[in-house]
Design a binder for this molecule. Sequence first.
Ligand code: ADP
Length: 304
Amino acid sequence: MNLFKIRSLSFRINLWIIDTDPIFLGLFARFGGVRQDKLIEYNESIEKKIEERTRELKVAKEEAEESNRAKSEFLSSMSHELRTPLNAISGFAQILKMNTENNLTTVQLNNIDRIYAAGKHLLKLINEVLDLSSIESGRIKLSMETIDMKKFMGEIKTIVELLVIKDEIEFILDSAEFDSHFLHADRLRLKQVVLNLISNGIKYNIRGESLRIYKERREANMIRLVFEDTGIGIPREKWSQVFQLFNRLGKETMTIEGTGIGLSITKKIVEMMDGQIDFESEEGVGSKFFVDLPIPGIVYNLGV
Ligand code: ADP
């Protein structure tokens, strides 16, 4: 190869490097100042691209916030519009059921019961959708406090015992077990979580079987509440769907009432209170739902 050919080849390699890879530009600029103008140009184009992307992201964020606001407004106005006629339907169904003129047949009275039950179900659905939407949009503010668990569980026991008598389930909750145990939580929301898990433990249970609530100490700073039922259980292949919104795992074909929203709300609330929820279950044997929540005096969410 003659000298001219070697020079021409090395010139072409140089050009290829410069045009294809900015890393080489940096090296060239560092070791010889070659093509510095190109490096500056490249930097400027990157800055311009970053600015463009930032602008696009800002617009997308504003659009998402706007559509979320619209969704919340729609849900709250829709719920109002639906609740008013629904209350009228339930109210008139109750008046009819009184059968003041004693002229309704048994079939008619049964049908009135159905109207009333359907109205109640729809109202529950609307209230739950609305609750979920306000949780998701961050509109609910938690009021965190120290909760005396013995007192709290005593109140829960009083509420639940009325329900379980009707359902003939053995309900085991020894509030004394929670003596000197405290949680850091929002009282109303904690009640919602506990009552929802109890309600499921009763609904998906079997007459004569049991639902037991007890505590376990987890790490030093958490308490685990356990909701253990000996009910119908959840088959393994459906475990991944348990916290999915509107998913009733096929129970919609059974007579058990439900909306498939309760556990989604429960999970969101527990996580907002720096806790965790999980479960174990076996079909035909029963289920165990666990809620881990922090005890007072622990500072979470330091923002680091
Ligand atoms: P639902 O209104 O249907 O009860 P949830 O969100 O509370 O809605 O629960 C979702 C689904 O998980 C239920 O439909 C049911 O199939 C299942 N599930 C929840 N808790 C239990 C339980 N303790 N035992 C068996 N299945 C349960």
